[in-house]
Design a protein around this ligand. Structure first.
Ligand SMILES: [Zn+2]
Length: 278
């Protein structure tokens, strides 16, 4: 009987794993690959996950057919991969039809934040227009971006030597994925603990990330020259629905893209901490 065979296989696999036991070693940095050694896991105490998800992708497949869907995913995933890589994500992976990057080490919160805003900006300014050009589709290509931080455990697991892949256990990846689905079109949603970290950033960094540019499209006004706190705050508190299973009650959403005029200097200030704001 097949069921008995399957059960016996599962049971002997679990016997083997139970005999190996588990060893956990702590690492400051996200490794390129998780350990394959038997029973060994790496623990990364401070990791930030950025998850990007194509909004309304179920409608895409139903209404536009496979060619348009293929273009949408190709452009979206390729663009997000480039952005994650340029902002120094240590590990990039695709989960379902979304994509995530992991950041760790010095400055990783700044890189992850700049990465999230850039994803949101370039989906609107590069990916969506290109998709329309290639497909003439009326479907609106937008993304939701989620960010969370915390402890991660990693090792490679899978079928024998062939299909090993990293398993990332811990809250950040799952939470970032859930936040990306809470996000509406072209919105970045971060957990309460991530926003609390943003509020501890240096003044130029806060200026760049938390407050609106204030230029109203005029290059000679606004940007870093206006101190933090004198323009509207970009982050709105939203309640987290109870059924999401998240371990916090509120998240924070941001709908703005990088300013066309000042985005480059604000992004630079967020990454380097250097700027005129005080
Ligand atoms: Zn501006």
């Amino acid at each position: 009987m097949i069921l008995d065979d399957v059960r016996a296989d599962v049971s002997s696999q679990l016997d083997a794993q139970s005999e190996l036991g588990v060893q956990i070693t702590s690492h400051n940095d996200i490794p390129e690959k998780g350990p394959v050694n038997r029973g060994l896991w790496f623990q990364i105490p401070q990791a930030t996950a950025v998850f990007a998800d194509l909004k309304s992708s179920t409608k895409l497949n139903a209404t536009d057919g496979p060619r348009d869907a293929a273009f949408a995913y190709t452009y979206f995933i390729r663009a997000m991969t480039v952005i994650l890589d340029r902002f120094s994500a240590k590990y990039i992976d695709i989960q379902g039809d979304g994509i995530f990057g992991l950041f760790s080490g010095r400055g990783s919160m700044f890189h992850a934040a700049a990465c999230a805003v850039t994803m949101r900006t370039l989906v609107e300014r590069e990916v969506a227009p290109r998709y329309v050009k290639s497909t003439k589709s009326g479907w609106n290509l937008t993304a939701g971006i989620g960010v969370d931080k915390g402890v991660l455990l990693v090792r490679q697991l899978g079928l024998g030597e062939v299909a090993q892949n990293e398993v990332w256990a811990g809250k950040p990846v799952n939470t970032a994925a859930k936040l990306s689905s809470l996000a509406t079109s072209n919105e970045v949603v971060v957990s309460e603990r991530v926003l609390a970290e943003y509020k501890k950033f240096s003044k130029p960094r806060q200026r760049a990330l938390l407050w609106s540019c204030g230029c109203r499209g005029r290059a000679n006004q606004g940007g870093l020259s206006i101190p933090a706190g004198q323009t509207p705050n970009l982050w709105k508190k939203i309640p987290v629905p109870k059924d999401t299973g998240l371990d916090f009650n509120h998240a924070y959403r941001m709908q703005s893209a990088w300013c066309q005029k000042h985005g480059a200097e604000l992004c630079e200030a967020l990454l380097t901490g250097k700027g005129q704001a005080n």
